[in-house]
Design a protein around this ligand. Structure first.
Ligand SMILES: Cc1cc2nc3c(=O)[nH]c(=O)nc-3n(C[C@H](O)[C@H](O)[C@H](O)COP(=O)(O)OP(=O)(O)OC[C@H]3O[C@@H](n4cnc5c(N)ncnc54)[C@H](O)[C@@H]3O)c2cc1C
Length: 372
């Protein structure tokens, strides 16, 4: 079967797109399919809160079946292994082949990982999230033992939030945050100072300007220099592109991300859209905030292409609001040069996150309302 439209990955941009189509009563052509490895989409903004014990797993995941049903599209649980953009065909890890007329990629990114030479240390990428969540859940069981030391790799907001979250939920574990650069380097100095103070107060050890490149014999190494003995590593090291994009025939940038123009369309294949972390567009950063903003443009532009109407140009915002959860209901905030912190900022972050979940979670009544 040649699908009129395949939506690959239930990323932030696709969730926004589906909600947008439901609200305006648009239904994509029959045979349209969403493919995603899991039945629910995890919302990364709330993951640190989940690991801090502030949210349940159900609070942080959006069931895809009701969303797809309300939009009259099919849901297929699968993982893309290869894309042949010239042949307009996707291969999934279960052997399924999906041929399409139009494709929209929103499959996110994966953190770059150090080389692992043995299984002496548990290496847990922050994404995909289910494995980290499963391991963390096991650590919480009275019958299992949490690691005596866990290292979080990364120097951005996600690594900072995860370090504080693990500190809060693993009181007997040494938590060490290791950043290849300066911590939160792209943020104002006042926010960095507050973040460093918080880490000190909570007993999280911070090691900066050390890039962990190898793990073996229970140790983390920067090149040949041993840095830390530990039992588990959580990698929140930023974004790398999946291998299958590089070999797809799509135009990609030097890091392997799909090159797109302002209409969110591949610069090489006009029937392919790409948004969020897997896409490369000058000025667009790899964060949920940017992916969410792109979602509204994607909804319009897929529809525009299907109906032959004008496409909109997405202009990445010059600066974005950053709210970093501090695992106690508070948050650090920066917007441009402005910095603030405390409970009110945490309340604001929770309102934004919970609001996103409520908007994209489709209830049974809404699905029924649409069907009758
Ligand atoms: C712990 C943590 C906290 C974060 N907090 C924030 C925050 O507070 N604010 C913020 O702006 N950003 C945050 N980020 C960054 C944010 O997660 C990403 O930038 C954002 O998720 C990118 O969204 P996306 O739309 O590209 O796709 P994602 O939301 O990453 O979703 C991609 C989807 O594609 C699916 N997928 C992946 N591979 C395949 C495949 N091969 N085949 C089919 N489907 C696939 C995945 O299962 C997933 O459902 C955080 C990141 C982490 C790790």
């Amino acid at each position: 079967m040649n699908r009129p439209l395949v939506l690959a990955g239930a990323g932030h941009a696709h969730l926004v797109t589906l909600r947008n189509w439901i609200d305006r009563g648009f239904r994509p052509p029959a045979g349209t399919l969403l493919v995603n490895p899991t039945p629910a989409a995890w919302y990364s903004g709330m993951m640190p809160g989940l690991l801090a014990g502030r949210f349940s797993a159900a609070d942080c995941a959006i069931d895809l079946a009701p969303l797809c049903r309300a939009c009259d599209i099919e849901l297929y649980m699968g993982k893309i292994q290869a894309l042949d953009a010239d042949a307009r065909s996707l291969s999934l890890t279960d052997g399924t082949q999906l041929d399409y007329q139009r494709l929209s990629l929103n499959t996110g990114s994966i953190p770059p990982l150090p080389e692992v030479r043995d299984n002496s240390v548990a290496l847990l990428p922050a994404k995909p999230f289910p494995k980290l969540h499963q391991t963390w859940t096991a650590w919480q069981q009275p019958t299992s033992t949490a690691p005596t030391c866990v290292a979080i790799l990364g120097g951005g907001p996600a690594a900072f939030e995860l370090a504080l979250a693990l500190r809060a939920s693993l009181p007997a574990t040494d938590v060490v945050l290791i950043s290849a650069s300066r911590l939160l380097a792209s943020h104002p100095a006042a926010l960095i100072a507050r973040a460093q103070r918080l880490l000190r107060q909570r007993g999280v050890r911070l090691i900066e300007q050390q890039k962990i490149t190898r793990i073996y014999h229970g140790q983390l190494f920067n090149g040949d220099q041993p840095l830390l003995l530990c039992e588990a590593v959580v990698a929140a090291t930023g974004a790398s592109a999946p291998d299958w994009l590089r070999g797809s025939g799509l135009a990609v940038d030097t890091d392997g991300f799909a090159r797109i123009g302002k209409s969110l369309i591949s610069t090489s294949h006009p029937e392919v859209f790409a948004t969020g972390d897997c896409a490369s567009l000058p000025g667009a950063l790899r964060s949920g905030v940017y992916a969410v903003r792109q979602g509204a443009f994607l909804a319009d532009n897929i529809l525009g292409q299907l109906q032959g109407t004008a496409l909109r140009h997405y202009q990445p915002q010059r600066q974005a609001l950053a709210l970093l959860a501090t695992a106690d209901g508070g948050a650090l905030m920066s917007y441009g040069r402005w910095v603030a912190s405390g409970r009110l900022m945490g309340w604001w972050k929770d309102r934004l996150d919970i609001g996103f979940m409520q908007r994209h979670r489709i209830s049974l009544e809404q699905t029924h309302g649409h069907r009758h």
